[in-house]
Design a protein around this ligand. Structure first.
Ligand SMILES: Cc1cc2nc3c(=O)[nH]c(=O)nc-3n(C[C@H](O)[C@H](O)[C@H](O)COP(=O)(O)OP(=O)(O)OC[C@H]3O[C@@H](n4cnc5c(N)ncnc54)[C@H](O)[C@@H]3O)c2cc1C
Length: 397
């Protein structure tokens, strides 16, 4: 898909990444899925192509690129390999952007150096008993003298076991046991004692990137590990979550890219495949399906680009990011499903990428805020109300 309104630099960037995606990235995609191995070789490719940490400010070694630049990269990569697309999300958005916005100089240097050398940071929010209701988390960080002691369990942490830098959210308690709010702490796997990867989830799709259970057992951290937004700990969680709007746009972009890849395959096959003595795209039923698919993709792309553009100089707008993620994730599932149908039995085979794409794309109405919870976000923003079904609605802070 081509969208207007891109600068000449962005068009060049898009063309460069499309070439990379269609070449080495596409060639590895099936193997990454089959072996369930993290594609370290693709990380090297992204590093050499300067696509990791593009959004990191220049003073910390990055290129200070904007969200739309990152979106163009993620979209192109995801059309060939969604796992590689997700690596581009998490090295340009989410945890890294939270640290870049709110971290101390020392934290920014640490995170930037790690990402630019190939680490995909992990963001640890979700717990077995606290999913959509993140405020219900029970992981705790107790202040004891000049350190915090963290205990608890997170699950479905993307990159658990391959990521080194972790941004971990926990309820913070002072020396007397009073709750101070939710804070985000930086810890490094294999360096911070007490951070243990205890299980890898057997996932439906996106199998080249691990989803893990992580246990924190008396994990000790210095106060300098706490990422402290300017509004302090009480309100700071909301600020840190604001950084997550970039990750949401990134997640929507992966879904968009996968669906675009599937659509292109279907379009091409519809000319090649003949039945009843003619290409199958001469049947009106399939022509209308192609038309609907292209309309959905065009609309999704416009929402995603718009949300990305809204973050100029800060983070993407919460409403636009939520609208983009709900629409794109749901429509991408439909587009991929329709594309698979074009191939008949072949679409159901593991020899073609369609079944992998169908498994991969299914995630995006769930991870990073479900479609239902994001509809709450949209409705709350439209009505300018704290809705009863959201975390603020029952009088919780
Ligand atoms: C592949 C993958 C990667 C992930 N990566 C990460 C990660 O890196 N870090 C991390 O912290 N988490 C991660 N997650 C977790 C993800 O963010 C959560 O799964 C998500 O927030 C939903 O939480 P839950 O699974 O506990 O579902 P629940 O919150 O238990 O929801 C169950 C169902 O109830 C619905 N529901 C819940 N509350 C409401 C409401 N108020 N109104 C209407 N419907 C509601 C939900 O939409 C859902 O359909 C990942 C998940 C997946 C699948």
């Amino acid at each position: 898909m081509n969208a207007s309104g891109l600068s000449s630099d962005q068009i060049k960037l898009q063309a460069r990444v499309r070439e990379l995606a269609a070449g080495p990235v596409a060639r590895r995609a099936a193997e990454v899925d089959r072996t369930e191995q993290y594609p370290w070789d693709n990380v090297e490719l992204l590093k050499d192509a300067r696509l990791l940490g593009m959004t990191i400010p220049q003073q910390y070694g990055g290129q200070g690129k904007n969200w739309l630049d990152a979106v163009l990269v993620i979209e192109a990569l995801s059309s060939a390999c969604s796992v590689t697309g997700r690596i581009a999300v998490e090295t340009n958005m989410g945890a890294i952007s939270a640290v870049m916005a709110y971290g101390s100089d020392e934290q920014k240097k640490l995170a930037a150096d790690m990402v630019l050398s190939g680490d995909k940071p992990a963001i640890c929010i979700t717990e077995p008993e606290a999913g959509s209701d993140a405020n219900g988390m029970t992981t705790r960080a107790d202040k004891k003298g000049n350190r915090y002691v963290v205990n608890g369990r997170k699950h479905w942490i993307t990159g658990g076991g391959v990521s080194r830098l972790h941004l971990i959210f926990a309820k913070v308690y002072d020396e007397k046991g009073n709750e101070e709010g939710i804070g985000g702490f930086l810890a490094i796997r294999d360096e911070t004692a007490g951070l243990k990867i205890t299980k890898r989830e057997p996932t439906m799709g996106l199998r080249g990137i691990p989803e893990a259970v992580i246990d924190f057992e008396d994990m000790e951290l210095p106060p300098s590990a706490l990422v402290m937004p300017p509004r302090g700990l009480k309100k700071g969680f909301a600020d840190l979550m604001n950084a997550y709007n970039s990750q949401r746009v990134g997640a929507a972009t992966v879904a968009l890219g996968i669906a675009e890849g599937a659509y292109e395959l279907a379009l091409d096959w519809s000319e090649k495949r003949h039945q009843f003595g003619r290409p199958i795209n001469e049947f009106q039923g399939l022509q209308w399906k192609l038309a609907d698919m292209s309309i959905k993709l065009r609309a999704a792309q416009a929402l995603v680009y718009d949300a990305a553009r809204s973050g100029e100089g800060g983070f993407p707008d919460m409403l636009l990011a939520a609208q983009a993620k709900v629409f794109t994730s749901e429509n991408a599932i439909q587009v991929v499903n329709d594309a698979l149908q074009f191939f008949g039995a072949r679409g159901y085979s593991r020899e073609l990428p369609l079944e992998r794409m169908a498994r991969d794309v299914r995630m995006f109405t769930i991870g990073g805020g479900t479609a239902e919870v994001l509809r709450n976000v949209v409705a709350g923003a439209l009505l300018k109300k704290k809705l009863p079904q959201t975390r603020d609605g029952w009088g919780k802070s």
